[in-house]
Design a protein around this ligand. Sequence first.
Ligand code: SAM
Length: 267
Amino acid sequence: MTQRRGPDRELIACSLAHYEDPAYYTHSYANRIDDAHMYVALAVKCGGPVLEYGIGNGRIALPMARHGVSVTGVDHSAPMLKDLARRLKAEPKEVRARVRAVRGDMRKVDLKKRFPLVLATFNTALHLYERPDVEAFLARVKRHLSPRGELVVDMSVPVPADLARDPSKAFRTPRFRHPAMGVVRYEEHFDYDRARQILFISMGFEPLDNPAGAFMTPLAHRQFYPREWEALLHYNGFEVTNLFGDFHSGPFDRASDVMVWHAKVRR
Ligand SMILES: C[S@@+](CC[C@H](N)C(=O)[O-])C[C@H]1O[C@@H](n2cnc3c(N)ncnc32)[C@H](O)[C@@H]1O
């Protein structure tokens, strides 16, 4: 079914573009704190060290490090890692010493080290577009997990209404102040590829005082249905130990919009 004809440049671009502007990223997710609290609690409970795939600019890693846990992060985005380095400079020496970031692909990096807790935070796993990507990633996770170590992955649940949107129709939000461009008009287009189960989102920005500076940022998210991700874990040698439907250990059910998977290597 999956036919590989070399790297898919569109998907590579769609897994990088949204992370080219860390200031806007930070602004967009400034109110997203429940997931960070959950990951800090898990990290403190296990004591670390923690491996975080998709560390980005440290939205979750920095609080973990501030709570005394050592974190190694893997990410392929140079701008996000540069911003993480910038943010680390403002931290006390002992916090700085607890964070190590490695630039690379989560499907390939070999850190030659094992961790009791491995994380793939905030939809990082939705950048695994094809089965071989998931297989390569889970093989890397196995390679990095301590015996009895835990993998925790959170991802959005596919939203039927989003997948059914007319790609030619723009969805506009009220204007807002972009951290670098001033006030912007903003619109999104959603285009779901049902064959590949990939949602292509294009985010359009138009600065009010410079319409010629308008641009579009693409993002692609694989849509994993719960039973598919469970099967991928199972057939790649993992055992699901818990599945929560929010960041407060609530049950996963038909109303949940997030899946928080806890898994261990099956023995
Ligand atoms: C939504 S961000 C999460 C960042 C951070 N953990 C947070 O919660 O704010 C997803 C991250 O995954 C990274 N990423 C996407 N595909 C990747 C890949 N194949 N290898 C490594 N990192 C990847 C992106 O660069 C981005 O920083």
